[in-house]
Design a protein around this ligand. Structure first.
Ligand SMILES: NC(=O)CC[C@H](N)C(=O)O
Length: 384
């Protein structure tokens, strides 16, 4: 092997990173974000919320435990590409069914290794999430100017509705609970509550977590109408995570969510679902400089001051200045004070910006699934 670079990452400002390609050959144009998680690269690459984004990992050892279908958060990797410091090694883990390189190659996702990811991360923090073109060519034939031009031409995630691309085409039932929950959480009583989960790009571990607390989950496409949901007679409605700009997805989803709130149903949202619930209640979202992507973000719970260490992946945020009267801010980020949770006062309607289902990340916030179950119990008790 020669030292000739076989992969190129071109930023829209003309900065070029050369490295060794792995995974698929070809090109990808996307927004670039950094993720600080030390584990969970497979869950991150298959999290549908990463559609339209290339992920650079600040942790240098990526790929060394291979991949296993058990860790897929969706059927396919969804992130557009991956940037790492050290080239992925052969997997060293009994759970691995294949290596990262071959897995990415078979699924059309491009990787670049040998990049100074600390320099790249500093650039992202300073200038905001850049638009990039990532190319992998085994002969190292790159037209660098053309790559920079493609990165510049990328329109960015603002105004982009990507939930329609990643949502399920058909509705389906979800019943798998298999997941190691911390002791004491979850009813283990299956099919206790009928829940409709609106799929804007749902991670599987969210559906597992709902099933774990006793939900019989029917997953509906992002474009489901209020009547589609009512026809199933749910005890509660769940709003999933997902990619793209909440304001764009919200054009069709927000009015439906508002109707569910008006129907008096318990509603629980995560990440994109949180942002769209906030919009349905009258708030607005804004694009962040470089977002929050990691597995150790501290969040303060307003009701008792408790700090949760959370998993995060978002590039937009709810502007807490726009929260109307009657909508409480329940959680805030201890990194930058941004909004991390809301509740409609006196109603079983709440959501969080972070990921209580982890995958990857800590389990501090798993209680939120129990809170949703408790809200559905209460409604059943109060029903005439
Ligand atoms: N994980 C998510 O649901 C992400 C939500 C939204 N696409 C954002 O980037 O903020």
């Amino acid at each position: 092997m020669t030292d000739r670079p076989t992969a190129c990452l071109a930023l829209a400002d003309g900065t070029i990173f050369l490295g060794r390609g792995f995974g698929a050959t070809g090109e990808a144009v996307a927004e670039l974000c950094f993720n600080t998680a030390m584990t969970g690269y497979q869950e991150i690459m298959t999290d549908p919320s990463y559609a339209g984004q290339v992920v650079t990992f600040t942790f240098p050892h990526v790929g060394n435990v291979g991949v296993t279908p058990e860790d897929d958060e969706a059927a396919e990797p969804v992130a557009a590409g991956i940037v790492v410091k050290w080239d992925p090694t052969e997997p060293s883990n009994w759970r691995a069914t294949r290596d990262l390189d071959g897995w990415l190659a078979s699924r059309g996702r491009i990787g670049i290794g040998g990049v100074d990811t600390r320099r790249l991360t500093r650039a992202i923090r300073q200038q905001g999430a850049p638009h990039v073109a990532l190319a992998h060519d085994p002969h190292g034939d790159f037209d660098i100017e053309a790559l920079v031009a493609k990165a510049r031409a990328f329109e960015g995630l603002v105004g982009m509705d990507l939930a329609r691309d990643v949502t399920t085409a058909q509705s389906y039932r979800w019943s798998e609970t298999k997941w190691a929950w911390p002791d004491g959480y979850g009813s283990q009583d299956t099919h206790k509550y009928k829940v409709v989960a609106l799929d804007y790009g749902a991670k599987r571990n969210i559906l597992r977590s709902l099933a774990h607390v006793g939900c019989d989950v029917t997953v509906l496409p992002a474009t489901a109408t209020a009547d589609d949901i009512r026809a199933l007679g749910p005890d509660g409605v769940f709003l999933s995570n997902g990619p793209g700009d909440p304001a764009a997805t919200g054009e069709y989803a927000v009015p439906v969510i508002r109707e569910m709130v008006e129907d008096g149903l318990p509603v629980f949202g995560i990440c994109l679902g949180h942002q769209m619930l906030a919009m349905a209640l009258g708030a607005q979202t804004i694009k962040m400089n470089h977002g929050h992507h990691g597995a150790n973000h501290p969040v303060k719970r307003s009701r008792d001051g408790k700090v949760e260490i959370t998993s995060m992946n978002h590039g937009f945020t709810v502007d807490s200045q726009t929260l109307p009267d009657g909508v409480e801010e329940t959680h805030i980020s201890l990194f930058d004070g941004s909004n991390c949770g809301i509740r409609l006062s006196g109603k079983p309607v709440f959501s969080v910006q972070y990921h209580p289902e982890a995958s990857p990340g800590p389990h501090d916030s798993a209680y939120l699934f129990d809170d949703f179950a408790a809200a559905m119990d209460e409604r059943k008790r109060d029903a005439p």
